[in-house]
Design a protein around this ligand. Sequence first.
Ligand code: PMP
Length: 358
Amino acid sequence: PTSPTLIMSRFWSPVVHNLTPYVPGEQPKLTNLIKLNTNENPYGPSPKVQAAMQAEIADTLRLYPDPNADKLKAAIATYHGVSPAEVFVGNGSDEVLAHAFQALLKHDAPLLFPDITYSFYPVYCGLYGIDYRTVALSDTLEISTDDYRQDCGAIIFPNPNAPTGRLLARDAIETLLNEHPNQVVVVDEAYIDFGGDSAIPLVSRYPNLLVVQTLSKSRSLAGLRVGFAIGHPALIEALERVKNSFNSYPLDRLAIAGAAASFEDEAYFRQTCQAVINSRETLVGELTHLGFEVLPSAANFVFARHPLRDAATLAAALRERAIIVRHFRQPRIEQFLRISIGTDAECGALVKALEELL
Ligand code: PMP
């Protein structure tokens, strides 16, 4: 065979042939662009991160990294008040989630997640052959825990949810954990530091809870690729087994050093999170003033629609003005724009462009 389709179907598994991979948001060169499409932090990481990485470059790059990343696990454990045995680290929370999905493969009942959520979840299910069922968001685009009272193998959802930004209260998560004592509940807290209460304090009481977080958003380290999970040591042990069967060295020395250092600069972390939150609240006010309906957001992005303007057309018109926002062609949300919170200057430029377009 010579055609790519024939080669693919003849030599590789039909699973791969039928995959529809997740397509991340556009990653253009930054020159003169206002990039508000992939929820990166507009501020750089703590200066301590750079110093720690530079020291690592000077000293030890010829050596393999610590396969257990003990230094980073210790930093995360200390920061979150858990033991290192309750911490798993990976190459971005995407990889941590991938390992969690693989560890969930065995179930004969479906994995449950919201119908409108992080689009990687169905991709992983396709890749690992996991049966899943989606649960519709409520009329107000919220996760309603009542709707998860059904037979399932496990549950996963982001909190705040993506791309809506809506937060589920910790009480509701606790109810869910009590109602599903025999199922793992994975809470993907990629955006929790921008206004929500983490479920991590529940880990000591609920062996069925796995909380996943990332350093990509609130710690401004999307380029370093570091994420982690916190849960009962036996849940963590399962992830370690999957990881060690796949790649013993997921985190390189620079990532371990830089990520660990970011937990040592609490003042910088708080200051930049607060700056993003303040900019978000300002932007929500301005968008509302322009006639947008904006969902309450506890994340570093807002989800908004204009009753009189088509979202795809607006996104294209903004793109022509060098401002990139995210638009999803999915039923129920196709009239929404997801706008990442940039600096005040970037948000101001967005508002000005919208004023001209509306
Ligand atoms: N979970 C959610 C809900 C996300 O939106 C993202 C970022 N796209 C991730 C996980 C993955 O982030 P990372 O791999 O950068 O840690």
